[in-house]
Design a protein around this ligand. Structure first.
Ligand SMILES: *Cc1c(COP(=O)(O)O)cnc(C)c1O
Length: 350
């Protein structure tokens, strides 16, 4: 049985959260003398809503969730850090990750002095069968699943994820930063069935708001209320709150951008696979493609010299570079330069 008191750090259960002026009085008034703000009006002289209720109402409508099931963070990275600080006792509980995956889980665990257990992905960068690693899973702590996975681009098998959520006596976090580019449904639909599930999404990728720093966590209300208890009081600034509300209201623009990016992704994959120094173009349900080259480091350096920056993942995955999907023009530029590099290379190597 899921018991929030069993999995939460003892100091977090015991502590009294900071109570801000805006927590203590939320009603309507005409004279605000409670927060030591400068009274002369400009766009930003007042503190922002600490719980971002307007945003949560809008996101709730989009995702079919109550606002008590939604946490808004200063990027998903804040949510990742808070989950570790709330639900992992340093040197006792562990974090389980499936490399190759997003680097922040490990970094954030290290900052929090929490041991990381690596369970490498299996064939096709999918989850291994649970019985092959279930002996490693201790009660408590966090599992991080990234689906679609960064940097491989594929989604992970949902029935294996469900099996894990049933077996694991801690919290399972599914990071869905790229879900808007995927054919798979969000794990949000599983929240009612699995009280130990946390789903992360972000405004940084499909939504085009990376600069605002806004991440979301969806979970049962007990988990969300612990995250709210320990977050910085005014973690989302007024500017970001206002801008994201505008962006949610013009969702149709984002939806059409997602369609263009997916179309570009398919066309880029076809063109990449025709280059003869490309060994593999991995399937992608994200806005990037993982590509294996004969000579990844040279290709990476030569692109850099031509002013094109991609991500070198070859230390994590042999021979692999990760390419974000750009505009049609940027992608054409990339392919043209790769063709030139390919021709130079074939003179050298063949
Ligand atoms: C980009 C990315 C995020 C987003 O992080 P933000 O802090 O919200 O910008 C989260 N998870 C993964 C796997 C990512 O690739």
């Amino acid at each position: 049985m899921f018991d929030i008191n069993k999995i939460t750090r003892k100091n977090v259960l015991k502590m009294e959260p900071y109570s801000s002026a805006r927590d203590e009085f939320k009603g309507i008034a005409n004279t605000w003398l409670d927060a030591n703000e400068n009274p002369y009006k400009n766009q930003f002289n007042r503190y922002p809503d600490p719980l971002q209720i307007e945003i949560k109402n809008e996101i709730g409508k989009l995702k079919g969730l109550k606002k008590e099931q939604i946490f808004i963070g200063n990027g998903s990275d804040e949510a990742i850090d808070l989950l570790l600080r709330a639900f992992c006792e340093p040197q006792i509980n562990k974090v389980y990750i499936y490399p190759p995956t997003y680097g922040m889980y490990e970094v954030s665990a290290a900052i929090n002095n929490i041991e990381v257990v690596e369970i490498p992905l299996a064939e096709g960068f999918d989850l291994p069968a649970l019985e092959t690693y279930s002996a490693k899973l201790e009660a408590g702590g966090l599992v991080f699943i990234c689906s679609p996975n960064n940097p491989t681009g594929n989604t992970l098998n949902q029935s294996k994820i469900k099996e894990l959520m049933n077996a694991f006596e801690g919290i399972v976090v599914i990071d869905e930063a790229y879900i808007d580019f995927s054919f798979e449904d969000s794990a949000i639909k599983l929240l009612n069935e699995f009280p130990n599930l946390v789903v992360l999404q972000t405004f940084s990728k499909a939504w085009g708001m990376a600069g605002l720093r806004l991440g979301m966590a969806f979970a049962n209300k007990d988990i969300i209320s612990i995250m709210n208890k320990i977050k910085a009081p005014y973690n989302i600034n007024s500017f970001s709150q206002a801008e994201v509300l505008k962006s949610i209201k013009s969702e149709d623009i984002v939806l059409s951008q997602i369609e263009s990016i997916k179309k570009e992704r398919n066309s880029l994959m076809t063109k990449l696979s025709k280059l003869n120094f490309v060994l593999d173009v991995y399937p992608s349900e994200s806005n990037f493609i993982l590509v294996r080259f004969e000579n990844a480091n040279e290709v990476f350096q030569k692109l850099l010299a031509r002013g094109i920056v991609i991500r070198n993942k070859s230390s994590q995955i042999k021979g692999c570079l990760r390419i974000s999907i750009g505009t049609e023009k940027e992608n054409t530029n990339l392919i043209n330069e790769l063709k030139k590099i390919n021709n130079e290379e074939s003179i050298i190597y063949r």
